[in-house]
Ligand binder design. Structure first.
Ligand code: TYD
Ligand code: MG
Length: 456
């Protein structure tokens, strides 16, 4: 017998509770609980037909065919996926509304279709005409794409089973609705149930499924953090709405490394790849300005160079203001405390604003040294040499600690024409790159020495 019961769900993280609560114990958000009716019991649970009962299999007998990857035709996208699309996997693409998720996936579908892959694009948001207009904007492609505008899961399931495409795109999961779930599309139970259905399709029929999920203003895919652990790969498409570039970031990947990024530029003809993000992120760097420092760090498997900016000025209030854009606010406070204590600079009456130019969000410890150099440079109003790169982790004792893959960062700096690298001493000894000066420092006093005007 199916029983309907009333449950409360947190719309942010999917926490389930039998009663309403003001604050969610899961994610600490306020006022996010909404009542939903859940039908439990043996609904939808069909006994497997005799003879079809699954038996355990020996690991040695399992084929590793799933490791065969299909290229999306977009190099940056392939990199974020860990080298291409894994057959039968399930990928969630999250992002703010209007950031370009539909554009990216439609572009991928068109490229795949032109290579004779059978692709089905299901939209619950736009009409066929709207998608056609967008596709025309993206250019002309050979091959054809299967399209469906539908939100009813039963119909979608039937269409997929009948057509057996290699890849299905669901745009978006928040519009999908399953008949026997009584709540509105986009609610936690609907999103969870719908994802379950697609997961079954992906795993039993061996179809790759891409799911689009909109992010709410809290920065979590609406309702479904539930969704993140159900899928194989979670990608986020980020960027400033008004800027042209977009960053595709992998935060979970069962088939590749995380923290990998792909950089795109939104133009008149859809998204184009930015193959050298360092060059791109350093564009427009001020010359001879104090507080501007270049850092190099690893994002996934690739070194990326960014400009760290700091503005330190006298405060007009009793309490100094500190802000951090693009990096962790607490980390900035911590590094400023290290400067005060270890270098004896009094920053108590100074406001500090730290910014990673280009809108990137970074949290690698390798950024510490550059942040400290930028703060000191702005505080002393001492412009840094334009051709110097800084990277290294800074500990609470003011020591400069080693980072991983330092040699790659030095190579990248050399490639972009930098002349000098200031990095942890432990890394410096193992780096043999000609054409660039490598200076190893072991603590912040070492940094001050290299920054002094006669060396700078
Ligand atoms: P879209 O893919 O619809 O976003 P999402 O699916 O994430 O909600 O992106 C829409 C935005 O992209 C819209 O503001 C218009 C812009 N855009 C371009 O600038 N150039 C283009 O070629 C296309 C197709 C869209
Ligand atoms: Mg869309």
């Amino acid at each position: 017998m199916a029983k309907a019961k009333s449950v409360f769900f947190c719309q942010t993280c999917g926490y389930e509770s039998s009663k309403w609560m003001g604050q969610c114990p899961g994610c600490r958000e306020w006022n996010t609980f909404v009542e939903e009716t859940v039908v439990s019991g043996n609904v939808g649970k069909k006994k497997a037909a005799i003879g079809k009962i699954e038996e355990p299999t020996l690991l040695s007998k399992v084929s590793s065919e799933t490791s065969v990857r299909i290229s999306t035709g977009i190099e940056e996208f392939d990199r974020v996926l860990g080298g291409g699309i894994v057959h039968g996997s399930m990928v969630l693409v999250g992002g703010d509304p209007g950031i370009g998720k539909s554009t990216l996936l439609l572009q991928m579908c068109l490229l795949l279709a032109s290579k004779n892959h059978k692709v089905l694009y299901i939209s619950g948001e736009e009409s066929l005409q709207q998608i056609k207009i967008r596709a025309d904007r993206l250019g002309t492609f050979e091959g054809d794409l299967l399209m469906l505008c539908e939100t009813d899961l039963e119909i979608i399931q039937e269409v997929i089973e009948r057509n057996k495409p290699e890849l299905v795109v669901i745009d978006s999961i928040q519009t999908m609705c399953k008949g026997d779930v009584s709540t509105a599309p986009g609610s936690v139970s609907q999103v969870r149930e719908s994802t379950g259905v697609f997961m079954k399709i992906a795993k039993t029929l061996g179809i790759t499924v891409f799911i689009v999920g909109h992010v709410t203003k809290e920065g979590v895919v609406a309702g479904p953090r539930v969704l993140e652990h159900m899928v194989d790969t979670v990608l986020y498409f980020e960027g400033e709405r008004h800027a042209v570039y977009r960053i595709l970031r992998s935060v979970k990947n069962r088939f590749g490394s995380t923290n990998e990024i792909g950089v795109f530029e939104m133009g008149q003809k859809g998204l184009s790849e930015v193959l050298n993000p360092s060059q791109y992120l350093l564009d427009g760097r001020p010359e001879g300005a104090s507080g501007s420092v270049v850092a190099c760090l690893m994002e996934g498997t690739r070194p990326v160079m960014v400009e760290v900016q700091a503005l330190v000025c006298r405060t007009n209030f009793n309490m100094a203001r500190r802000t951090a854009a693009g990096m962790d606010y607490n980390r900035v406070n911590l590094l400023m405390a290290v400067i005060e204590k270890r270098l004896g600079m009094s920053l108590a009456n100074w406001d500090a604003y730290v910014n990673i130019a280009g809108g990137m969000k970074l949290n690698a410890p390798a950024l510490d040294l550059a942040v400290i150099a930028a703060v000191i440079s702005s505080y002393k109003d001492l412009p840094m040499d334009d051709s110097t790169v800084f990277f290294g982790e800074v500990g609470l004792a003011g020591e400069v600690r080693g980072v991983s893959m330092a040699a790659q960062c030095v190579q990248e700096a050399k490639k972009l024409g930098f002349k000098r690298c200031i990095l942890p001493k432990v890394n410096a000894s193992s780096i043999h790159v000609s054409g660039i000066e490598v200076i190893g420092i072991s603590d912040l006093h070492g940094l001050i020495k290299v920054l002094s005007p006669k060396n700078n």
